[in-house]
Design a binder for this molecule. Structure first.
Ligand SMILES: N[C@@H](CCC(=O)N[C@@H](CS)C(=O)NCC(=O)O)C(=O)O
Length: 80
């Protein structure tokens, strides 16, 4: 599995997730959607939304799942 967090720095909900990352057991790539508009476009194309934080979960077959809501993202990552 691979994980990528779509976020930007001034978003307080993103900060909540970012602060939780050091305490989870999986590696999460950080994708700043303001510094890299390509990430924002990817998320918008796949989900129809630009809301952050958003976690991209990719399984070993490349199948994608996108998860919104900071509390749900933190809970999900803590269970991995
Ligand atoms: N309830 C959501 C709130 C997320 C939220 O409001 N994010 C704001 C940034 S702080 C946002 O992306 N707003 C723009 C949009 O929804 O397109 C969470 O906890 O993740």
């Amino acid at each position: 599995m691979q994980y990528a967090l779509y976020y930007y720095d001034s978003c307080p909900f993103c900060q909540r997730v970012l602060h939780a990352l050091p305490n989870v057991k999986v590696a999460v790539e950080q994708r700043n959607v303001l510094k890299n508009p390509e990430f924002r476009q990817q998320q918008a194309k796949a989900t129809g939304r630009t809301t952050v934080p958003c976690l991209l979960i990719q399984d070993d077959q490349g199948k994608e799942q996108w998860l919104f809501e900071s509390a749900d993202i933190i809970r999900f990552l803590q269970n991995q």
